[in-house]
Ligand binder design. Structure first.
Ligand code: E4P
Ligand code: PEP
Length: 356
């Protein structure tokens, strides 16, 4: 009996390898096109070759696949309507970093009953991402578990590193090898230095331990990710999306010799987790754009079919359809009206940029 290892480990269960999961739910030509075109469009926006802005919009977390499909169908129609000014990316978050404890997302606990069927969660996540990509809707997600990209990342168009992990070397190394543009959130205290350091680190080549598609432990050597950018989410209930905060970020990015690319997260501490205030943040950012701001390249909204949020009930049949089980969201009619309004206001600006 080994008395030294696995003292606190109860069980180890083998997972199918990333290659096996990908083989069960393989990429299709239509899905591949969505991801390739979505990634290229994000890069073009970040490089200022495309004057549009991107918006990462959708639920705080996915917990009900039917509701996610319902949301995606509505979003896709809207995305088509506003495509001249906005690249719409659905927020498809399966991994939730918790401040202390709580439901950690669909991959970790897909049945929401502490049964932690992670294998089932990974298949559900990949299945949904595949459906969305086949529909033509690009997806953005938070990369939390450093192994997960091997299972899912071929279906992802934009990646976030969250406020709780932007300072983590593991996440910076992983980001240096990701195939998408990566948005680094400022820290939960509102500090942007951690995100700027993360952008510098992720832009550099790294060698680190990970797994390959066959599930073997491997030394991963990366090239560095040229498309890191800053995501402002406020901190300690203090927002950081106003023009002064944005100008200070631009200065800090320029000093660090990093591209002046900023995404404003209209939710989290930028709205004090009061979803009805997300619209005010969006309006403020759109006004900055109309006044000539070019550093705000995108926005994020936490939006669901219905407004608000709900605790996860013991009896899951009591869950209300289309309502977040994590952070509170704006509802679909509000989302539609905010994005249509943004589109109408930006239309002359984007058209003028095209002519010039
Ligand atoms: O976006 C989601 C939450 O803000 C994040 O996961 C932290 O959640 P918690 O503070 O409720 O744990
Ligand atoms: C956890 C999230 O945000 P943050 O990292 O900014 O708290 C999120 O966007 O789901």
């Amino acid at each position: 009996m080994d008395k030294l290892t696995n003292i606190n480990v109860v069980e180890q269960q083998l997972m199918p390898t990333p290659a096996e999961v990908r083989a069960r739910l393989p990429l299709t030509p239509a899905a591949e096109r969505t991801v390739l075109e979505g990634r290229a469009a994000v890069q073009a926006i970040l490089d200022r070759r495309d004057a549009r802005r991107f918006v990462v919009v959708g639920p705080c977390s996915i917990h009900d696949l039917d509701a996610a499909r319902d949301y995606a169908r509505r979003l896709q129609a809207l995305a088509h309507e506003v495509q001249d000014t906005l690249l719409i990316i659905m927020r498809v978050y399966f991994e939730k970093p918790r401040t202390s404890t709580g439901w950690k997302g669909l991959i970790n606990d897909p049945r929401m009953d502490d049964s932690f069927h992670i294998e089932e969660g990974v298949l559900m996540a990949r299945g949904l991402l595949l459906e969305l990509a086949q529909m033509g809707l690009p997806a953005g997600t938070e990369a939390l578990d450093p192994i997960m990209p091997q299972y899912l990342h071929d279906l992802i168009t934009w990646t976030a590193i969250g406020a709780r992990t932007t300072e983590s070397q593991t996440h910076r190394e992983m980001s240096s090898g990701l195939s998408t543009a990566v948005g680094f959130k400022n820290g939960t205290d509102g500090g942007i230095d951690v995100a700027i350091n993360a952008m510098k680190s992720a832009a550099s080549p790294h060698s680190f331990l990970g797994i390959n598609l066959q599930g073997q432990s491997a030394v991963i050597r990366t090239r560095g990710n040229a498309y890191g950018h800053l995501v402002l989410r406020g901190g300690h209930d203090r927002p950081n999306y106003d023009s002064v905060a944005v100008a200070l970020c631009e200065e800090a990015l320029a000093k660090a010799k990093l591209p002046r690319n900023i995404v404003v997260d209209c939710s989290h501490a930028n709205c004090s987790k009061k979803p009805e205030l997300q619209g005010l943040v969006l309006e403020n950012c759109v006004n900055q754009m109309l006044e000539g701001n070019r550093s705000i390249v995108g926005l994020m909204l936490e939006s669901n079919l219905e407004a608000g949020n709900q605790p996860i009930p013991q009896d899951l049949s009591q869950l209300r359809y289309g309502v977040s089980v994590t952070d509170p969201c704006i509802d679909w009619p509000t989302t539609e009206s905010l994005l249509r309004g943004m589109h109408n206001k930006l239309l002359p600006v984007v058209r003028a940029a095209k002519v010039a």
